[in-house]
Write a protein that binds this ligand. Structure first.
Ligand code: NAD
Length: 456
């Protein structure tokens, strides 16, 4: 049994409680035993249990937000936003359940018929560190409302705050919800367990691939993958440049650039490039690194030393850096994984440069000037990812035309690439995922359809 202790990324002198990896087999077996009872309970009963969980989460919302900020370094204001989304998610998921779980029947069939949505059985949910509760929670509540039982394996980097979430959920839901701590080893044990019939994974492409490979022979197992991004903001000549610069700076720095939908590329019409860069520099000056536990902090630390080393390697590349970046040893007298925003100018010829194609997961932005709408589209699609893109333009028709040619699951007009509310579906194309939209409507992937016909 492995044990570990996380340190607070914003203050490395703060060590959190020791965590031990859990017994995956025992958790899955417990969820499997509960499967019939929970699956055969009424939707009203399951909604009531989820409402009880919502009350528990609401009561502990401040403590959960503090836990996220302390353990992951996410600024407390953002962490409070995450918990608000967690609480709101339960009502959204109940509305989805009432809509998508309803039986359907078809009049153009000669026999009496219906299509029923059956729970799959035991579902595994594996979460990342950057939204340690919210992203897993969206899948967890959808699976539970659809009548599945769930085993949740959180990120080991957010084990303490997820344990607190787990206690609240267990109090309200009993054995239908299980939590098991651990890392990649436990993740593999979980997804390959034969009783697990559905997997929702959110994390890196490398881990997503490892999961897809591990379950390939179990053809009936459903796997939803929500993976990385290299998201572009396209700034057209007619754009409101101040709005674009504000949105880019924010989407680059929220969660210190550690969001799957962070903006890490800007593709700007060459006519307005200089103006946009001036405005962006002014906006980024407001993102000084700060203590994640302070209300005023807008740029927290990175999650780990490994993440900081990856950032440092990226900004050490000999390129045309217009904001150099750096990693201050201390901020406000505290040692942490703090970094500064960094911005580099690249040309169209650099399209294969890793700064334009690889997810760095830190506040590093690459700007490329474009000579035409077609070149902007080609550059946008020139990465292995396909998660979000934003187009800044005053022309709605241009947005609709361009968005059709962008290979991303989510395309926004005049909004930050990070503007992905729980009230809409969310999911990636290409290496960003396997087209199982998370967010709104995920419950469609939490059931199997069973078709009934009765001879008339
Ligand atoms: P990660 O892949 O390192 O870890 C995610 C989870 O997977 C953790 O719980 C980890 O323990 C587990 N894991 C790691 N290797 C595994 C394996 N081989 N088998 C099974 N489980 C394994 O990711 P992270 O660093 O926690 O999160 C950052 C990544 O997540 C980024 O790439 C980001 O873009 C992505 N992400 C995607 C979305 C989305 O909705 N598309 C949302 C948030 C984060």
């Amino acid at each position: 049994m492995a044990t570990w202790k996380n340190k607070s990324p914003g203050d490395l002198s703060v060590e959190l409680s020791e965590v031990s990896s859990g017994d995956v087999t025992a958790a899955v077996e417990c969820a499997a035993r509960e499967r019939s009872k929970w699956g055969e309970s009424s939707l009203d009963h399951r909604c009531e249990a989820l409402k009880a969980a919502q009350a528990g989460l609401t009561e502990k919302k401040d403590s959960l937000a503090h836990g996220i900020a302390l353990e992951t370094g996410k600024p407390i204001k953002e962490a409070a936003g995450e918990i608000a989304a967690v609480i709101a998610k339960i009502d959204l998921a109940i509305a989805d359940a009432r809509k998508y779980l309803a039986e359907e029947s078809f009049n153009d069939n000669p026999h009496e018929n219906s299509v029923r949505r059956r729970p799959r059985g035991v579902a595994a949910v594996i979460g990342p560190f950057n939204f340690p509760i919210h992203l897993a929670h969206g899948a967890i509540v959808a699976y539970l409302l659809a009548g599945n039982t769930v085993v949740f394996k959180p990120s080991p980097l957010a084990a303490n705050v997820c344990a607190q979430y787990g206690r609240i959920m267990t109090d309200a839901l009993g054995p239908a919800f299980q939590i098991v701590q651990g890392g990649a080893t436990e993740g593999q044990q979980l997804v390959t367990h034969p009783a697990v019939r559905s997997v929702c994974f959110t994390g890196s492409v490398a881990a997503g691939r490892a999961i897809a490979r591990a379950v390939v022979d179990d053809v009936g197992k459903d796997v939803a993958l929500e993976l990385g991004g290299k998201n572009a903001a396209i700034v057209c000549r007619d754009a409101d440049l101040d709005l674009a610069a504000t949105a880019i700076a924010e989407a680059m720095c929220l969660t210190a650039g550690q969001r799957c939908n962070s903006t890490s590329r800007v593709i700007v019409d060459r006519e307005v490039e200089a103006d946009l860069i001036d405005r962006l520099k002014a906006k980024l000056a407001k993102f000084a690194p700060g203590d994640p536990l302070k209300e005023s902090t807008r740029l927290g630390p990175l999650i780990s030393d490994a993440a900081k080393q990856k950032y440092l390697a990226a900004i050490a590349r000999p390129q045309d850096w217009i904001i150099r970046g750096g990693a201050p040893e201390t901020v406000g007298g505290k040692r942490g994984h703090y970094v500064l925003p960094a911005v580099v100018r690249l040309s169209h010829a650099d399209r294969a440069n890793p700064l334009l194609t690889e997810e760095i997961f830190a506040p590093v932005l690459a700007i490329v000037a474009s000579q035409s709408e077609q070149q902007s589209l080609d550059l946008t699609n020139a990465t292995p990812f396909g998660l979000t893109a934003s187009i800044f333009t005053a022309d709605r028709e241009r947005f609709l035309r361009m968005s059709r040619q962008i290979d991303c699951g989510n395309v926004y007009m005049n909004l930050p690439t990070t503007f992905s509310p729980g009230t809409l579906p969310f999911g990636g194309l290409k290496e960003s995922g396997n087209r199982h939209p998370g967010g709104r409507g995920f419950i469609r992937f939490a059931t199997d359809e069973q078709v009934l016909q009765m001879k008339r």
